[in-house]
Write a protein that binds this ligand. Structure first.
Ligand code: UT7
Length: 335
C-alpha cells in the first residue's frame, strides 16, 4: 500500500474585510457579543463585482498549492471540491475548477459534508492514493456564505459567524516509507440533519412553490442553526474523534505538535485545547480574522500555520471537524 502526504497548501480570501461594527449597522448586534460568544473580530465577504465565486476562489487557492507542490496542473489526477455553497445547484464546482484551470479531463467530485467537508475530502484523497489509483489529488475547500445569509436581526445568530474564503491542498503519493497521512476517521448522524441546515429551495420544495406561497415569514432559504445543540454536540464529537485518531495512530495527546480544529467558535477550540491539555502554541486558530469558513476553515488554518513556520517536517498534526449533518471527522498527519 502506498503512503500519501500533503505536498502543497494555498489559500485565498476576498479582500473585503467586514468588521463586527459593520454588521451592527445592518442588524441588532455588537462587537462585544460577537467576540465574547465566538471570538470573531472580522470576516471576509465577496464584494459585488470582485469576480469571486466559490469555484473562482478555489482556483486561486489551488494554483498556489500546486506551485508549492512543484506540480504542473496536468499532474492532477483527481479534483475533490468540498463546499456547501457551490456555484450552481448542479453541476458541482469541481468540474468548473477543471475547466477554469484547463486541467485535462480528470475526474472531479464535489463533497457535500459542510464543516467536515475538508476532512472527508482529505480522507477520500488518501484512500485513492493508498490503493494506487491516483498519484496527485487536488483537494479544495471553498465557500461563498455571504451571498446567502440573512443580514437582518432575524438572522444574527447565524450571519455574524460565517465568512467567505478558500484553501487547497495537494495530496500526493509519497516516496517515503513513513509519515504522511497516518489515519482518518469519519462519522455522521443524520438524526440531527435539520438542526443546522438550509432546507429550501430543495427537490421537495422547488422555487416556484416558494414564490407562489410568497410568505415573508418563510426563512427556509436561509441557513438555520440550533446553536446551543450544535455547540453541545460539537465538544463531545470533537473529543471522541480526536481520541479515536490518537488510538489508531498510537499517539499520546502530549505528542501532538499542532491541533488544527475546524474554526466554528473560539470557545469550542479552547474547550478542546483544555480537554487535551495542549498549550496555546499547540493549537492554531484564525477564526478571529475569518469567521467560520466551513469547508475552507481547516485548510485555511493549516495553510496559515504552515506559512508562519509553525509546522515542520516530522511534526504530529491533528485535524478535526464537526458540523452540519451532523458530520465529524479527524485526520492525523506526520508532516
Ligand atoms: O461550523 C458548524 C458548527 N457550528 C457550531 O459549532 C456553532 C455552535 N454554536 C455556537 O457557536 C453558539 O451557539 C452561537 C455563537 C451560535 C450562539 O451563542 P450562544 O451563546 O449559544 O447564544 P444563544 O443562541 O443562546 O443566544 C443568546 C442570546 C439570545 O438572546 P436572548 O434570547 O437571551 O434574549 C439571542 O437572541 O443572544 C442573542 N443573540 C445575539 N445578540 C447579539 C444571538 N445572536 C446575536 C448576535 N448579536 N449576533
Amino acid at each position: 500500500m502506498y503512503r500519501s502526504r500533503i505536498t502543497g497548501l494555498g489559500k485565498y480570501v476576498p479582500e473585503n474585510v467586514v468588521t463586527n461594527d459593520d454588521l451592527s449597522k445592518v442588524m441588532d448586534t455588537n462587537h462585544e457579543w460577537i467576540v465574547e460568544r465566538t471570538g470573531i473580530e472580522t470576516r471576509r465577504h465577496i464584494a459585488k463585482g470582485d469576480g469571486n465565486t466559490t469555484a473562482v476562489m478555489g482556483v486561486k487557492a489551488a494554483k498556489i498549492a500546486l506551485e508549492r507542490a512543484d506540480l504542473d496542473k496536468q499532474d492532477v489526477d483527481l479534483i475533490l471540491f468540498a463546499t456547501l455553497s457551490p456555484d450552481y445547484y448542479f453541476p458541482g464546482s469541481g468540474v468548473l475548477v477543471q475547466e477554469m484551470m484547463d486541467i485535462k479531463t480528470c475526474p472531479a467530485m464535489d463533497i457535500r459534508n459542510q464543516c467536515s467537508g475538508f476532512i472527508y475530502a482529505l480522507s477520500t484523497a488518501d484512500q485513492f492514493i493508498k490503493t494506487g489509483m491516483y498519484k496527485n489529488v487536488l483537494v479544495i475547500g471553498s465557500e461563498n456564505h455571504s451571498g446567502g445569509l440573512d443580514f437582518s436581526t432575524r438572522g444574527r445568530g447565524v450571519s455574524v459567524i460565517f465568512g467567505d474564503g478558500a484553501a487547497a491542498a495537494v495530496v500526493s503519493r509519497s516516496e517515503e516509507d513513513s509519515g504522511g497521512i497516518i489515519t482518518t476517521h469519519l462519522h455522521s448522524q443524520g438524526k440531527f440533519a435539520e438542526e443546522l441546515a438550509l432546507i429550501g429551495p430543495s427537490t421537495n420544495r422547488w422555487v416556484p412553490e416558494i414564490m407562489e406561497a410568497n410568505d415573508p415569514e418563510d426563512t427556509s432559504y436561509y441557513p438555520n442553526m440550533n446553536g446551543q445543540l450544535v455547540f453541545k454536540n460539537a465538544v463531545v464529537r470533537f473529543s471522541e474523534v480526536i481520541v479515536e485518531g490518537l488510538t489508531a495512530a498510537g499517539w499520546e495527546a502530549s505528542e501532538i505538535d499542532m491541533l488544527v480544529p475546524h474554526q466554528a467558535n473560539l470557545r469550542i477550540s479552547q474547550f478542546i485545547q483544555k480537554k487535551f491539555g495542549l498549550k496555546d502554541d499547540q493549537v492554531y486558530n484564525n477564526i478571529q480574522r475569518y469567521g467560520n469558513t466551513t469547508a475552507a476553515s481547516i485548510p485555511l488554518a493549516l495553510t496559515e500555520a504552515w506559512e508562519e513556520g509553525k509546522i515542520k517536517s516530522g511534526d504530529k498534526i491533528v485535524l478535526a471537524a464537526f458540523g452540519s449533518g451532523f458530520t465529524w471527522g479527524s485526520a492525523l498527519i506526520e508532516w
